[in-house]
Design a protein around this ligand. Structure first.
Ligand code: XUL
Length: 528
């Protein structure tokens, strides 16, 4: 049976998912996750992120992502249960928006990689900037304002690139780097996304940025799918020459570089373009033809769905990306996802069973007690300075605080995804916290729609493996329809469907109005 491998280089870990596909059988062979902090402690990250004292600055180490890929491929290859001779294609997913700054020797060094020495040892001198700003960085408000002013305001930027200017996006990040470190910017010959950086390493050559992840940069014209000359000019000088090509997500970049075949004895499998974690998750949750909506409960919580036309929200909420399956996807991101759940759980010394028990022990609506869980700066709504807000919530009441958090997360989702279209018929849940029934019940009740859970532990890595399959078939002259590609991999868990409870849904429609009022008042007070 043919094997297709998908990676997901997320904020906190590297995951690998392999699928096997034959004419009449298909299944997931394995999914394995390697947290960066445990795998490579010498980089000094916490939850995959470098410590920083500068306000709003959040960076990650590009060599850690590279070394993790090298190490994990080595571990997978040693697994004797897998017949790697059948590996046909590899693709990947990465945290979106992070940028990697490379010198002009980078391409030659990639082509010269030798199998007898570890990868990163041979990459010395390729970084024009030692660390990469990632999606949690909020330090570029001034640059966002400057870019939006030059391009005619936030709505104009959203119509052009799919999103108004967001602090974590590459355009303001690149602008800030060019302003603050002009010499290093001048030394930068290539700027990659995390996804195209890792794809370049596998292919041993400069990889393109795919349209999906390219839409998360404030630099690509969503309609022409080319770098927008106006956006480039508003960002930094001579940027055009520093950006890689743009390409369809199903582009095959080439075979695995000799480094990987020589070092690990892998076959020269095809390397397909990598994409961002959210475009990959769209495929991995099977949202290729249905009008369902997906809720991904990960480091960040994201809500996304396919969209036929690229109509941005009037108030600038959310993003429109090119979908790897063609057409578009709409998405809204919440930074206070897993981190906020982790904080509340730790504060009340609860394990996950205790967290669930707290949800079971408290009623929908939480007797009116509410929380705005801005433990970290928030993306949606835009909150630049962290600070949790509560209303009628007793800090000593652990159960009420757990419920206030989960209800707030679900209500923020319901409130800030309306721009994408009508109420969904069904919600597909994925990500770490989706194993928690009680959390899914709150989401079902707030949206007034059933929630189903997907089998895949990591929908981004599965999406990458499925894209590898699709790209390899396409390269062989067979253009498989997407429903056929995902068939057998993205069906919901059979006996897990959580229906909304009519009474709770009615209650939440009122609660949501109060929540919206609290949110608006808090934003007004903070002038965020
Ligand atoms: C998407 C976003 C996050 C990261 C996390 O816009 O910022 O979901 O992709 O990996």
């Amino acid at each position: 049976m043919a094997i297709y491998l998908g990676f997901d280089s997320s904020t906190q870990s590297l995951t690998a998912t392999a699928i096997e596909v034959a004419a009449n059988a298909r299944h997931v062979l394995f999914t394995r996750t390697f947290p960066f902090d445990d795998l490579l402690p010498r980089y000094g990250t916490r939850y995959g992120v470098l410590p920083s004292s500068a306000p709003g600055v959040v960076h990650g180490p590009p060599f850690m992502w590279a070394e993790a890929l090298d190490g994990v491929i080595g571990v997978l290859k040693r697994d004797e249960r897998i017949d790697w001779a059948n590996l046909r294609a590899i693709s990947g997913s990465a945290q979106q928006h992070g940028t990697v700054y490379l010198t002009r020797t980078y391409e030659a060094q990639l082509r010269a990689l030798r199998p007898d020495r570890p990868l990163v040892v041979q990459l010395r001198g390729v970084l024009a900037r030692p660390t990469s700003p990632i999606w949690m960085d909020t330090s570029t408000t001034a640059e966002c304002d400057e870019i939006e002013r030059q391009l005619g305001g936030p709505q104009a930027v959203a119509r052009l690139t799919g999103s108004r200017c967001y602090e974590r996006f590459p355009a303001p990040q690149i602008r800030k780097f060019a302003k603050e470190a002009p010499d290093s910017y001048a030394r930068t010959a290539r700027i990659h996304l995390v996804s195209s950086w890792l794809a370049s390493l596998l292919a041993g050559r400069d990889a393109p940025v795919d349209y999906g992840d390219g839409s998360g940069m404030n630099l690509m014209s969503l309609s022409s799918r080319r770098w927008s000359p106006a956006a480039l000019a508003a960002t930094a000088a001579e940027l055009d020459a520093k950006l890689p090509d743009l390409a369809e997500s199903s582009t095959v970049i080439g075979p695995l570089a000799p480094y990987w075949t020589g070092r690990y004895g892998l076959p020269p499998a095809l390397v397909a373009a990598w994409s961002g974690d959210n475009p990959n998750s769209l495929i991995g949750t099977g949202l290729v033809s249905t009008q369902a909506i997906a809720v991904s409960l990960g480091t960040s919580d994201t809500v996304f769905r396919p969209m036929d036309s690229p109509d941005p929200a009037a108030d600038g909420t959310g993003h429109i990306f090119a979908s790897p399956a063609g057409g578009y996807m709409g998405m809204t991101v919440f930074q206070n996802g897993a981190l906020a759940r982790e904080r509340v759980r730790a504060r009340y010394a609860l394990d996950w069973d205790g967290f669930s028990a707290a949800l079971r022990a408290t009623p929908a609506g939480n007797h009116g007690a509410m929380m705005l869980p801005w433990f970290e700066p928030e993306i949606t709504p835009s909150v630049r300075h962290a600070g949790v807000v509560t209303q009628d919530l007793d800090p000593a009441d652990a159960a009420a605080n757990v419920r206030a958090l989960i209800e707030a997360q679900a209500m923020a989702m319901a409130r800030h995804v309306r721009w994408m279209g009508s109420r969904p018929e069904v919600i597909r849940a994925t990500g770490g916290a989706s194993v928690n029934r009680e959390i899914l019940q709150v989401i079902a009740d707030v949206f007034g729609a059933p929630v189903v859970r997907l089998e895949a532990a990591n929908s981004a890595a599965l999406g990458a493996a499925l894209r590898a399959f699709h790209a390899a078939e396409r390269a062989a002259g067979r253009l498989l329809p997407w429903p056929e590609v995902v068939d057998g991999f993205t069906e919901p868990v059979a006996d897990l469907r959580i229906d909304p409870r009519t009474e709770s849904t009615a209650l939440y429609s009122e609660h949501l109005t109060r929540y919206a009022r609290l949110e608006i008042a808090a934003l007004h007070e903070r002038r965020d």
